[in-house]
Design a protein around this ligand. Structure first.
Ligand SMILES: C[S@@+](CC[C@H](N)C(=O)[O-])C[C@H]1O[C@@H](n2cnc3c(N)ncnc32)[C@H](O)[C@@H]1O
Length: 264
C-alpha cells in the first residue's frame, strides 16, 4: 500500500469548527411573465465579480478577513476570494457529495436553468449582463473554477456540508456573512419560521454584518413576509436595512437586506 501523507489542517480550521463539519419550457405569456420553473433548488453559481456587485463588496477591505458564504453552490466566490487573500469559507448541503456528483449536478441544473431563462426573457433587465449568453459564459466559468477548487480543498475546511437553519460554527466567527439566491429566491419552499430561524443563525455566526440578496422570488416579486420578518428580527435584537445596489439582471434583484445585532 502506498503511504498517504495528509496535508496539515490550517490553524483557522480548528478555530471554526466546534464539531466535525462535513461528516455528517413553456414560453412566456404575452401579458404576464411566468416565474422561472425550477423543480429543485438549483445548484447554480456566480463569480466573485457578480457577488461584488450585488453585495456591494469592498474587496480590498476584506483582505485577511473571515468571510462566510452560505448556500454557495457552484459559485467561485470562495475560490476567487482566497486568490485575493480573503479567508473565505463556503457552506452548502451538497458539499458532502463527490466532485463527480457535483459536476453532474452542475451539468443538469445549468442546462435546465438556461433553458428557463431563454424562455422568460422578460424576467431580465440587461444591466449587469448584456445578454443571457454573456451570463451563461460567466456563470459556467464560475462553476468550472468552483469544481477545480472543491476537488483540491474539500478536505481542508474551505467547503463545509451543512444546511440552514443550523451552521457548525461558533458565535461571531466571521467578519462578514453572505447568503445569495436562497432565502427569498426560493421563498415558497420554506415557511416563515424557517426564514426567521435562518436569519438568526446567520447573525449568530457573524461578528459584523449579514448580507442577503436578492429579496425577490423567481417571479420577480418581493418576499411577502419581509415586513413581518424585519419586525420579528427587531424584537430579537437584530437590526435590518434594505440597501439598493448598483446591479440588476433578474428583474427586481437590485437590493440586499443587511442584518446586524442591534447596539443595546
Ligand atoms: C441557486 S444556488 C446559489 C449559489 C450562490 N449563492 C450564488 O448566488 O451564485 C442555491 C444553493 O442553496 C443550497 N441550499 C439548499 N438548501 C439549503 C439550506 N437549507 N441551507 C443552505 N444552503 C441550501 C443549494 O444546494 C444550492 O447550491
Amino acid at each position: 500500500m502506498p503511504t498517504v501523507t495528509a496535508k496539515p489542517l490550517p490553524a483557522a480550521f480548528a478555530r471554526r469548527f466546534p464539531r466535525p463539519a462535513a461528516s455528517r419550457a413553456t414560453p412566456d405569456s404575452p401579458s404576464q411573465p411566468q416565474p422561472l420553473d425550477l423543480p429543485t433548488i438549483s445548484f447554480f453559481g456566480r463569480t466573485l465579480a457578480e457577488y461584488a456587485q450585488f453585495f456591494a463588496l469592498d474587496l480590498a477591505a476584506l483582505k485577511k478577513r473571515d468571510v462566510l458564504d452560505v448556500a454557495s453552490g457552484p459559485s467561485s466566490f470562495t475560490a476567487e476570494a482566497h486568490a485575493r487573500g480573503i479567508d473565505a469559507v463556503a457552506v452548502d448541503p451538497l458539499y458532502t457529495s463527490t466532485p463527480d456528483a457535483l459536476r453532474a449536478r452542475v451539468e443538469g441544473d445549468y442546462a435546465h436553468m438556461f433553458a428557463q431563462m431563454r424562455a422568460r426573457p422578460r424576467l431580465f433587465k440587461f444591466k449587469s449582463f448584456p445578454s443571457i449568453d454573456a451570463a451563461e459564459t460567466d456563470r459556467r466559468l464560475a462553476a468550472q473554477r468552483f469544481l477545480a477548487d472543491f476537488e483540491a480543498q474539500r478536505f481542508y475546511g474551505r467547503y463545509v456540508g451543512a444546511s440552514l437553519p443550523r451552521l457548525p460554527f461558533f458565535d461571531g466567527t466571521f467578519d462578514l456573512v453572505l447568503c445569495a439566491h436562497l432565502l427569498f429566491t426560493y421563498a415558497g419552499r420554506f415557511d416563515f419560521d424557517w426564514h426567521l430561524a435562518a436569519c438568526k443563525e446567520l447573525v449568530r455566526v457573524s461578528a459584523g454584518e449579514v448580507r442577503l440578496h436578492p429579496i425577490v422570488a423567481t417571479d420577480g416579486r418581493t418576499y411577502p413576509g419581509l415586513p413581518r420578518l424585519r419586525r420579528e428580527l427587531k424584537a430579537a435584537g437584530i437590526a435590518s436595512e434594505l440597501v439598493r445596489v448598483d446591479y440588476e439582471f433578474f428583474v427586481g434583484a437590485d437590493s440586499m437586506l443587511v442584518l446586524k445585532k442591534a447596539v443595546p
